[in-house]
Design a protein around this ligand. Sequence first.
Ligand SMILES: Nc1ncnc2c1ncn2[C@@H]1O[C@H](COP(=O)(O)OP(=O)(O)OP(=O)(O)O)[C@@H](O)[C@H]1O
Ligand SMILES: [Mg+2]
Length: 449
Amino acid sequence: MESILIIDDDESFGETLEIFLTDMGCRILRANSGKVGLDIIEKEHPDLVITDYKMPNLNGLQVLKRIKEIDVKIQVIMLTAFEDMDSTIKAMQLGAYDYVEKLELERIKAITKRALESKKLSERLVIAISEDSSDYQLENSLVGSTKAMKEIYKKIGKISSTKVSVLVQGESGTGKELITKIIHYTGITQDQPFIAVNCTALSESLLESELFGHVKGAFTGAIRDKKGKFELAEEGTIFLDEISEISPNLQVKLLRVLQEREFERVGGEISIPMKARVVSASNKNLSELVKMGKFREDLFYRLKVFTIEIPPLRERKEDIPKLVVHFLKKINKELHKNVWKIPYEVMEILQTHDWVGNVRELENTLLQAVVLAKGDVMEKEYILLKHDEFVQNETVNKANLSLADIEKTHIMLVLEEVNWDKQVASKILGIAKTTLYNKIEAYGLIEKK
Ligand SMILES: Nc1ncnc2c1ncn2[C@@H]1O[C@H](COP(=O)(O)OP(=O)(O)OP(=O)(O)O)[C@@H](O)[C@H]1O
Ligand SMILES: [Mg+2]
């Protein structure tokens, strides 16, 4: 049975409160001074203390401080007859659970219930993550110790000391770009440029001039010579992301670069040597595309001298707890928050979910949870999984809304939740900050003051 200690020099109020709380089914203890209260606490270690603020000799703050020295896990609710900002702030800083006006019995009861639940929750914590992440590398580190990941580490080791072409395959969000960066930054190329090109983002002719550069006058708008990404990569790494999307024409040109190790700028005649390592990535199965005749087989073989296949997260769920710890360190640091505690059941939810969006979805879910978290515990209600949203959407009749309506409402919801911090909002929404600005403008969204 849980126990509650009420400390108040006003014994009649203490009695009223005791009677009021009896139906909570807890054992209730009473003390009429701070000193008597502290003696009881030393002996009984109650789960919760409700103490008056204004008392002769030891006041509520002094009692609170002492309680936290005896046992930090004891929750303390401070009662006061008047609202006093300074003492409220002080009490919260000293670790009080809440601060309530003395006459609001119903509120005291509600807060008492919540404080007891929260204490139970803290006792079921699996991980209280060490807050010291100063010597921990948060950026560009790959987390995971499953067999599949260990194989990947070995391959990275081999690849990074050479310049052979590498094809990295894996579903969206599995870490293709991260792995490519690690290949680059741990190996012989680390002092050279890392240049990434997204092959879907541009039209064929733009992509061609992005990759190979152009000379002045090569086409309308080519007002001066421009180096392409192959040139900019120098002796480093060029990362061709979403390689499956390049057109048949460019496939031929790329094949030539890989075979001859040289190329010309668009409209130019001078051959430029290609010295970079080529890493390409795809979330589509390239060999399937080859079979379907959508991707050149000869190019495919040139690209995949080495291949790294990253399994989806749902096939290596044992890595999830480590990833959670890693991301919490990163996110807490980024957002200046302190969500270090994860209850068992929450870790279980995270570990059993199927994560169609893989590691990125896990990271975004945690980011959202940290933003929503009020204390240091990552409570279940903060974990908003994809299927939950579908369930919620189904319960309301939204059949008459357009996609734009839903997008607008959702963006507004996220913005409000994060107090219009656009950096954080864009991360949660999974869009670039500039895209978010454009959408805010397009939908005419305004911050409510
Ligand atoms: N094993 C891992 N350890 C730590 N962080 C990881 C790991 N795998 C992925 N991440 C992180 O997950 C996020 C997504 O990774 P990344 O962008 O590399 O995925 P991707 O496969 O390139 O996705 P897409 O196909 O959507 O481009 C990044 O923030 C990355 O740092
Ligand atoms: Mg990527």
